[in-house]
Design a protein around this ligand. Sequence first.
Ligand code: PLP
Length: 372
Amino acid sequence: MRIETFEMERMQSTWENIVDYDMSESGVRPLTLRELRGMGFDLDALLDEPLGYSQSNGTIPLRERIAAIYPGATIDHIEVTNGTSEANYLLALGQLRAGDAVAMQVPNYMQMWGVARSLGADVKTFRLRTEAGWEPDWEQFDRAVTPRTRLVYLSNPNNPTGSVLSAAAMRRIVDRCEQTGSWILSDEVYLGAEVTGTRTKSFWGMSDRVIVTSGLSKAYGMPGVRIGWLVGPVSVVADCWSQHDYITIGPNNLSDRIARVAVDAGNRESCYARTREILRRNLPIVREWVESFGGRLTWTEPIAGAIGLMKYAADSPSLAIAERVRLNQSTLIVPGVHVGIEGHLRIWLGGREEFLREGLRRIGTELRALFN
Ligand SMILES: Cc1ncc(COP(=O)(O)O)c(C=O)c1O
């Protein structure tokens, strides 16, 4: 199978550990095992854990805890995966065939764009409208979602806008997908990372056409644990498990143990509160920085997630700006073109205060030179 380069991930994996300031992230500064121990994680017991295979679709205790998050779900509705990205991939492998149509929201995390196309699907997009508070462009949506559409992919809360769909927009998406017989894949990995604490409503339970993916990487602040999951109808989950057997067999045993502690209801809330606290401290710093450009850099503040999507007033392509910032300032940012929105830059706001301030200062130096 041939697959096109996942431009954003490749740029990140090439440079994120080389530059001085990685401002390309999208989750909050990660938690440590020590912090997790404070939440009741038995670090000592981990030392005695045999380094064997884990249950390949997730241990029963972990799946029970994940199922408890999604009303009506049982352990048979859950597949535990190596990150949310593997959950998305397994779903695509299980459901998509050459010639299928797929619709996806843009801007977005562009994984499904590449995966679906590599499987021979015809991918159409519908845009979130900058000028309409990131409401979907319904004309494009209705054109993109037809009876040929096997799958509709969206991220909610959305990467990179940090926006959340309204209840009315969610209803409209579900109604349309029920008419067309399409699956809705709602990637909810940022759910719980809301700045105000008003929890994003999950698509789960709105229709039997809904599949949800999520994981520990963003709202929980534990990307390195590499645990994600998929929640869906039992037959869809069974198809994912079949794919899983061939790819990675299953998630790592130690990570499964860590995840059991993280997703426990009380700890989950503690992780979300930690994320919220980081965002609340950092947002005013970024807001002030954006304002210092006197209108040449503008944004709609994120409702959720540690990502600032900024529009710049210059003709340069976003990739050229990101390269300039990397080369001159040893600082990595995501060019809008890598998340489906040219003319924008995606800047991380989930780091420690001094890191954030210095990262912004470096990016600002290049932007000011560009604007002058
Ligand atoms: C919407 C979305 N889904 C999935 C992922 C990948 O998540 P994971 O680290 O859980 O594989 C990302 C990472 O940026 C993302 O933004």
